[in-house]
Design a protein around this ligand. Sequence first.
Ligand SMILES: Cc1cc2nc3c(=O)[nH]c(=O)nc-3n(C[C@H](O)[C@H](O)[C@H](O)COP(=O)(O)OP(=O)(O)OC[C@H]3O[C@@H](n4cnc5c(N)ncnc54)[C@H](O)[C@@H]3O)c2cc1C
Length: 337
Amino acid sequence: MEILANFSLKNYNTFGIEAKAKQFVSVHSVEELKTVLQENPTQKKFILGGGSNMLLTQDIDALTIHVDLKGKKIIEQTEDAVWVEAKAGENWHEFVLWTIGQDFGGLENMSLIPGNVGTTPIQNIGAYGTEIKDTFVFCEAMNIETFEIKKFTKEECKFGYRESIFKNEAKGQYIIVSVVFKLTKQKHKINISYGDIAAELTKKDIVTPTLKDVSNAIITIRQSKLPDPKELGNSGSFFKNPIIPKSDFERIHLLHPEMPSYSVSETQVKVPAGWLIEKAGFKGKRFGDAGIHKNQALVLVNYGNATGQEILNVSKDIQKTVKELFDIEIEAEVNVI
Ligand SMILES: Cc1cc2nc3c(=O)[nH]c(=O)nc-3n(C[C@H](O)[C@H](O)[C@H](O)COP(=O)(O)OP(=O)(O)OC[C@H]3O[C@@H](n4cnc5c(N)ncnc54)[C@H](O)[C@@H]3O)c2cc1C
């Protein structure tokens, strides 16, 4: 375990931003993580997973700890259910495929989401009508100050839409080292009601889809819609879909009758941020090497050598214009560092 100085993070963030870590270390076990924390008590720490949900706007003046703990296993099972544990550094999509390969159900709708398992609880990742909270049982995390391992149950994680305790009260205090999920072994709850999944399955004449069929359909849809970070730097959806009071929406809707919305509760509605950004005229726009994807207004992209600051400036411009046009505030989903 070697601590490297002045380390380039360009290949460690999916935006492909050039930023240097003052110090960088990859840890492969809980013991290594503890040693690094114990031996560097006064250093500021920055935690890195797959780098797919961050915009680096500056060099990291901290000890960057790349969480690379590997391993996945079944820890318990009954006739109907199985509890699986994955270490934080496991690649999420590979883990999902591993569960599907054993006919364990529950994660298939989140196929092809980039990043690592240990980061999934932080923003309660979700896609195609499913969120991590639906199968999450608990995670274990090391306290950065005391090095103790604490177990966080689903309730303690306080999951919300792209939210958890790790983005709020517990921010910067814990490093997640493993996550446990409860999956189905039979009577899978296949969910193809969202987006184009059903249409994709129909194209392939699949009437009774298996977990693998659902996963394959989602992979095909995602590959056709989202830019591959290996080819075009990006961090997926840059903004969250704003959730606003119904009364506000009704007022705004009178001025913009074509504005779509989804009911969240009796008093709140969600408005698609991509629609707002597209209507504000940003879709496909390019400002130097920073831009907005031509097919996905929610996705900001790095055409090559954009700095994090340039992408941040574009995001602020979008937020300001959307606010002026629609009186709706849109918030970044990506962690701006
Ligand atoms: C093309 C593309 C598509 C995407 N689609 C989706 C989608 O459909 N749904 C969705 O929810 N997200 C999506 N994302 C966002 C991203 O994949 C997820 O948020 C993912 O969980 C981030 O994981 P990561 O390991 O890359 O996190 P990182 O970017 O490495 O880290 C994210 C944050 O967590 C902190 N962190 C990292 N590891 C740990 C740890 N072990 N303990 C504590 N803190 C830690 C970091 O400091 C940072 O603040 C997409 C991203 C891309 C590039």
